[in-house]
Design a protein. Structure first.
Length: 73
């Protein structure tokens, strides 16, 4: 009997509000990097995404939850 390879397990967590997608792994990472750097542009650069995309992600989450997540100057 040959040893079998263990199954790979993956978990994907996302936040839904009223059945609509709000927050997933990518947006959580973005928020973590903003917290780490204190700067949206540095966080976006670290994640290799355009600044405008980062802003769009933040605004969409803020609109859906009705709260500001990131305070800008």
């Amino acid at each position: 009997m040959s040893p079998s390879k263990p199954e790979k397990v993956a978990v994907k967590i996302m936040l839904l509000l009223k059945g609509k997608y709000v927050l997933g792994e990518g947006r959580v990472r973005l928020l973590e990097e903003i917290d780490r750097f204190g700067c949206i542009s540095k966080a976006a650069k670290e994640l290799n995404i355009p600044y405008r995309v980062a802003i769009r992600h933040i605004r969409r989450v803020e609109e859906k939850i009705g709260e500001k997540l990131v305070v800008t100057r």
